[in-house]
Design a protein around this ligand. Structure first.
Ligand code: PMT
Length: 412
């Protein structure tokens, strides 16, 4: 049954399970996280296998459990770096004394410790161990180091322990761990875009020809998703207007799904009065069929070899955003296949944008539907190149540049 008091909706939680007796509670923890709306992937240390099975964790999470940095089949599906980037939050529960020591020392000696190093997501640890071990100065020193490094420590609790001792060292109950995660993920409002509302459009639009056919393009929405996430991490309140087929986003992002350009236009204008910074990443169809048919067009209804499909122009969403003068800063993207910079400069001037981010979509390594991109940010004061790199990295750098370049306008 969904838990209505918690909202981890759409959040990617990477649960690290290390080898202590409290690992038997890990399946319950996964259930509670999933009930709160999270998408959970589990990583086990080698010792965790002594206490809980991959079969159980796989069944409750609905995802393959990872336990080996060198598993070639698993790496081929989602490499450990991708897994590290996938995570919105890493939770290690139970976190044994050994795991805590590895993390405090910055070791990359197994999959879990490597992921903690390779991710920029917040990490929470729920320590669980014998009370004497927990009290040991080495463990306390390691926890202090981890707190200084920004780790969140949840618990432990005091009480009867599996070993017969009584004292501080029991893993905090799964429900309370989920509460703590929920509270920490609700902390927004710090960073260079704190106090600003960012609206991002992403993905393709679909323009109906008839009930079964449409005109669209190859956009996956990944670049816009990354921009929205980078905005969230920079402290903005984020509104995402997403075309069809775009992956899930962080639960703190207010997301509205649309299909056609007209629907995107309507949603954008509905939320424009709240928007400070608008970034149009969506690949909006410029034209739509003039007369979308209510019934499927039959193959042989016309005698001619050729079928005519009259098109009419869709609204130019970003131009209308500029015209409305509600957002303080309006940034467009430009997908070009030739004369890239020149076309983008002209597009920026024609649409009266504060800045435009151009990518050459004729390059198969980048742009549409790939994990990487390479862009140039063109603004009044100059042009900045961002070489080939993951869309997530591009998004982070863009957001930080835009926050700096337009700070006077945004904070006016
Ligand atoms: O989604 P991905 O697979 O990750 O790929 C990313 C991307 C290639 C789609 C992205 O980086 C990109 O280039 N987005 C802009 C695509 C585009 O439609 O470019 P354009 O040059 O046709 O449009 C220029 C600007 O006008 C864009 O900000 C676009 O959102 C906007 N526009 C265009 C047409 C229209 N009717 N309304 C608009 O608002």
């Amino acid at each position: 049954m969904p838990n209505n008091t918690l909202n981890l909706s759409g959040k990617h939680i990477l649960l690290g399970v290390s080898g202590g007796i409290a690992a038997y509670k890990a399946p319950i923890l996964v259930r509670r996280l999933v009930e709160a709306g999270a998408i959970v992937q589990v990583v086990m240390t080698a010792n965790a296998h002594h206490f809980v099975t991959t079969t159980t964790l796989q069944a409750v999470s609905g995802h393959v459990v990872r336990d080996d940095l060198w598993d070639q089949a698993a790496e081929a599906a989602m490499g450990h770096i991708e897994l590290a980037r996938w995570a919105d939050h890493i939770l290690v529960a139970p976190a044994t004394a050994g795991t805590i020591a590895r993390l405090a020392n910055g070791e990359a000696s197994d999959l879990l410790s490597t992921l903690c190093l390779a991710s920029n997501a917040p990490v929470s640890l729920a320590p669980a161990m014998n009370q004497q071990m927990f009290a040991h100065p080495a463990v306390q020193r390691n926890l202090t180091t981890l707190k200084t490094d920004g780790y969140q420590i949840v618990g432990p609790d005091s009480g009867d322990q599996a070993c017969g001792d009584t004292g501080l060292g029991r893993m905090t109950e799964p429900e309370e761990i989920v509460q703590a995660l929920n509270a920490s993920s609700a902390k927004i409002g710090t960073g260079p875009l704190a106090g600003q509302t960012l609206m991002v459009t992403t993905g393709p639009t679909r323009e109906a020809i008839d009930p079964v056919r449409y005109i669209s393009n190859h956009s996956s929405g990944l670049q816009g998703l990354a921009v929205a996430e980078a905005g969230r991490q920079a402290g903005a309140r984020v509104i995402l207007i997403a075309g069809p087929g775009v992956d899930p986003c962080h639960g703190d992002i207010a997301r509205f799904n649309v299909t056609s350009a007209q629907e995107m236009y309507d949603r954008v204008h509905e939320h424009l009065p709240e928007t400070d910074l608008f970034i149009g990443v969506a690949a909006v169809a410029d034209y739509r069929p003039a007369n979308a048919q209510q019934q499927k067009i039959k193959r042989h209804t016309q005698a001619e070899d050729q079928v005519q499909l009259p098109l009419i122009e869709n609204p130019d969403i970003i131009a209308s955003v500029v015209q409305a003068q509600q957002a303080k800063v309006v940034v467009g993207f430009a997908a070009e296949t030739n004369d890239t910079l020149q076309n983008a400069r002209e597009k920026r001037a024609r649409k009266k944008l504060d800045a435009i981010v151009v990518n050459d979509v004729s390059d198969q390594r980048i742009g549409f539907n790939s994990l990487d991109n390479a862009v140039t940010l063109i603004h009044t004061g100059g042009e900045i190149d961002f070489g080939v790199q993951p869309k997530t990295a591009i998004a982070e750098q863009l957001i930080s540049q835009l926050a700096e370049l337009f700070a006077p306008k945004l904070q006016a």
